[in-house]
Design a protein around this ligand. Structure first.
Ligand SMILES: C[S@@+](CC[C@H](N)C(=O)[O-])C[C@H]1O[C@@H](n2cnc3c(N)ncnc32)[C@H](O)[C@@H]1O
Length: 230
């Protein structure tokens, strides 16, 4: 067992609070998951088979209702997008968007992104990973539930291809500082900006961002790259 496995926290970054889905949401999942969904359990995925083509794969962790993910998939038809989300009605919403627009370059996994990353995402396989507005867990005693931790970053470094990007955004100042500290302490990433990115880069405005901005929150983006070994 490695040091990071020993230290791996059993705590999850989410709490399932959802009640029953509406009949429409359940129908969308039943009908569309077989077309766009992939199973959370199993061995390493073969992306070319899962997407029906070979293209760079970008993973969106915790896509919420998938609005931003769908926008990125439209803007970058040459990329394959994989979204992972535990929130079932969000999965249902994204599935409906994919079907109504016939977006071919998105696949969806309903499940815990940390477990899926470990089991199903092959090492060195991702061109990029987006983590937009992860649950902030604002109370100090809950900070250990935050997704971004040194062992999470270590895991991401193994799944990204050399040079692959990690784009994180948050509207919580202390989470932003924590993200920057965790990334800066890792020698697996390079940061072209030395600190926070000057803007959102390719990231569309997300639903949670809009909500935060209405409350007067700032937004911090971090865009770093997996180091290519010299
Ligand atoms: C604050 S929302 C942000 C949603 C979206 N990225 C946006 O910016 O609008 C965080 C999302 O992460 C999801 N989430 C939290 N932990 C997760 C995990 N371990 N695996 C998958 N999704 C997770 C939550 O269900 C929630 O939908």
């Amino acid at each position: 067992m490695t040091e990071s496995q020993r230290n791996h926290r059993p705590l999850r970054s989410f709490v399932r609070r959802e009640g029953r889905l509406t009949a429409g949401q359940q129908r969308a999942i039943d009908e569309l998951y077989p077309r766009y969904g992939l199973e959370p359990e199993g061995g390493p995925l073969e992306f070319a088979a899962a997407f029906g083509r070979q293209a760079p794969v970008v993973l969106d962790v915790g896509f919420g209702d998938g609005e931003a993910l769908a926008e990125m998939a439209r803007a970058h038809p040459g990329r394959n997008y994989l979204g992972i989300e535990v929130y079932r009605s969000g999965v249902g919403r994204l599935l409906r968007t994919l079907a109504s627009e016939d977006l071919p370059n998105v696949r969806v996994i309903e499940g815990d992104a940390v477990a899926v990353l470990r089991r199903r995402i092959p090492p060195g396989s991702l061109a990029g990973l987006d983590l937009f507005f992860p649950d902030p867990w604002p109370k100090k005693r809950h900070h250990k539930r935050r997704m971004v931790q040194p062992d999470w970053l270590e895991l991401i470094a193994t799944r990204l291809a050399p040079g692959g990007f990690l784009h994180m955004a948050t509207d919580w100042a202390d989470y932003a500082e924590h993200m920057l500290a965790v990334v800066s302490a890792s020698d697996a990433f390079t940061n072209p900006y030395g600190g926070f990115a000057p803007g959102p880069g390719e990231r569309p405005v997300t639903k949670f961002e809009r909500r935060g901005r209405r409350k007067g929150h700032g937004v911090w983006d971090l865009i770093v790259h997996r180091r290519t070994r010299e």
